[in-house]
Design a protein around this ligand. Structure first.
Ligand code: ZN
Length: 138
C-alpha cells in the first residue's frame, strides 16, 4: 500500500485524479461509496467534458456552453467555477455544512456514506444534464 501511495504521488499523467485522491489507502479502504458512471468521468476527467471531447475530436472546441465566459469545460470548471451551477453547489454545501473545493472533496466523500451520496449525486446530476443537453444540441 505504501509503495502504491509512493508511485501514485510520483506518477506522471492523471494529475487531475491525483489531485483529487490524495490518499490511495483511504480511498481503497473506504467502507462505502460506489463509483458510478458520471463520477468515474469526473474523477478521471475522461468523458463528457469540453476539454476531453475536444482532445478526442468530438467537439469543435473545449468551451463550456453553460456560461458565456469563454472558459474551457473541465471537471473543475463544471463543479467549482461555472456560474451556471452556483445554486446547485450552494445547496450541496449547505446540506453538508461545509465548503467544498478540489482539495477536500474526495476526503469529505470518504468521511461518511451520507456525504458520499450527496456529493456523488450532485456530480451525477450535473454531468447527466450536460450529456442530455449535448445530445439535444448535437
Ligand atoms: Zn461554464
Amino acid at each position: 500500500m505504501r509503495t502504491w501511495q509512493r508511485r501514485w504521488r510520483a506518477g506522471s499523467g492523471g494529475e487531475w485524479s491525483r489531485r483529487l485522491i490524495k490518499d490511495v489507502e483511504k480511498w481503497v479502504k473506504r467502507p462505502h461509496g460506489k463509483v458510478g458512471h458520471m463520477l468515474t468521468q469526473w474523477l478521471t476527467g475522461h468523458g463528457s467534458f469540453g476539454t476531453y471531447r475536444f482532445r478526442i475530436r468530438k467537439s469543435q472546441n473545449a468551451r463550456c456552453f453553460h456560461c458565456d465566459r469563454g472558459q474551457d469545460d473541465t471537471p473543475e470548471h463544471t463543479l467549482f467555477r461555472c456560474p451556471a451551477w452556483i445554486g446547485e453547489r450552494d445547496r450541496v454545501e449547505s446540506r453538508l455544512r461545509r465548503l467544498i473545493h478540489i482539495d477536500n472533496i474526495v476526503e469529505v466523500m470518504i468521511e461518511d456514506e451520507e456525504k458520499w451520496r450527496v456529493i456523488s449525486e450532485w456530480i451525477e446530476r450535473e454531468k447527466q444534464e450536460e450529456e442530455w443537453r449535448r445530445e439535444r444540441e448535437g
